[in-house]
Design a protein around this ligand. Structure first.
Ligand SMILES: NC(=O)c1ccc[n+]([C@@H]2O[C@H](COP(=O)([O-])OP(=O)(O)OC[C@H]3O[C@@H](n4cnc5c(N)ncnc54)[C@H](OP(=O)(O)O)[C@@H]3O)[C@@H](O)[C@H]2O)c1
Length: 287
């Protein structure tokens, strides 16, 4: 599949380089880049051994698959420009985690093109380095059902692991990603603050948490939440939980209560013989 990119930024560079590095083992050929600034398209073309286009129509004509790797707020506007050209039978993709294909490409069914969102569950911060890590990244794909086998086949041939999701689940999918990444930042920030209250400086707090946090994440992801769970909720230790709640400020105890409540069904499934009612009552107080 001849694949072109509109938007030579972090994701455009990364996907294009990844696809072009697979040449010989799959049928994807990167045609090249069109971008707002010609210089960005030229840099991406040099990096991927493809071509920089100054004419959007020429890139579209040269490509079967088009990735609109532009900022989320610009995707629909760029699609409006794309649809002025003949696009029937082409696969038009964006990489936003929060938008479905239908939301981003309104009216695409009148063009004869097939719409997809192809989202790498990964933070791309370096446009020259991130492609090296892409082989371990999972993609969520959503869009035109009839032609899904072709787009899935193309990505799988490039060695990409993917999950097809429904358009109506795209927002929940994105919320799941935010929960695991951004909300984990909030949780760690809160823990660092508590350690600083105990006399740690911030650098030492981060250092001290590193083995605890990285080990925990590895265990949850490799063995599952139940096997990884330790601590006062799992042990049914209501006394310790009460002491924790008493020493925290309002925001800290609110977070602690909500997240501890989420641990109870995990602990109950793991230890059906234990009673967790005391802890449930404690956590529900003042909620
Ligand atoms: N970065 C991530 O971690 C990540 C992860 C997963 C998914 N995504 C998604 O990937 C997509 C691209 O994100 P990104 O991080 O690669 O953004 P980015 O680094 O800001 O790159 C976007 C590129 O789009 C180009 N552009 C902007 N407006 C344009 C227009 N009207 N016409 C043509 N090109 C235009 C810009 O080109 P110029 O350089 O020419 O100005 C810029 O280089 C977004 O949908 C984002 O949600 C990002």
């Amino acid at each position: 599949m001849k694949t072109g990119f509109i938007g030579a930024g972090k994701v455009g560079f990364t996907l294009g380089k990844y696809f072009s590095s697979k040449t010989g083992t799959n049928s994807i050929k990167v045609t090249g880049y069109y971008s707002r600034n010609t210089q960005s398209a030229e840099e991406a073309a040099n990096f991927t051994g493809s071509k920089a286009f100054t004419d959007l129509g020429a890139l579209i004509e040269a490509s079967d698959v088009l990735f609109l790797t532009v900022p989320d707020g610009t995707i629909s506007e760029v699609f409006e420009q794309v649809r002025q050209y003949p696009v029937s039978g082409k696969y038009i993709c964006h990489c936003s985690g929060s938008l479905s294909a239908g939301e981003a490409f309104p009216g695409i069914d009148q063009t004869g093109a097939y719409e997809y969102s192809v989202h790498p569950l990964f933070a791309v911060s370096d446009k020259y380095e991130a492609y090296k890590e892409l082989q371990d990244v999972f993609f969520a794909v959503e869009g035109n059902e009839e032609h899904l086998p072709e787009i899935k086949g193309m990505l799988k041939e490039a060695g990409i692991d993917l999950q097809v999701i429904r358009a109506e689940d795209k927002t929940l999918y994105h919320a799941a990603a935010v929960t695991a990444s951004n909300l984990a930042v909030a949780l760690l920030a809160e823990s660092i603050d508590m350690l600083c209250q105990c006399g740690f400086d911030e650098a030492d707090a981060r250092k001290a948490l590193t083995p605890l946090v990285t080990g925990n994440v590895q265990h949850v992801l490799s063995r599952g939440p139940a096997a990884a769970l330790t601590g006062p909720v799992e042990r049914g230790d209501a006394k310790t939980i009460a002491k924790h709640l008493a020493c925290m400020n309002e925001q800290q105890s609110a977070i602690y209560r909500v997240l501890s409540s989420r641990l109870i069904p995990i602990a109950e499934a793991k230890h059906p013989d234990r009673l967790y009612q005391d802890i449930k009552d404690l956590l529900n107080e003042n909620l």
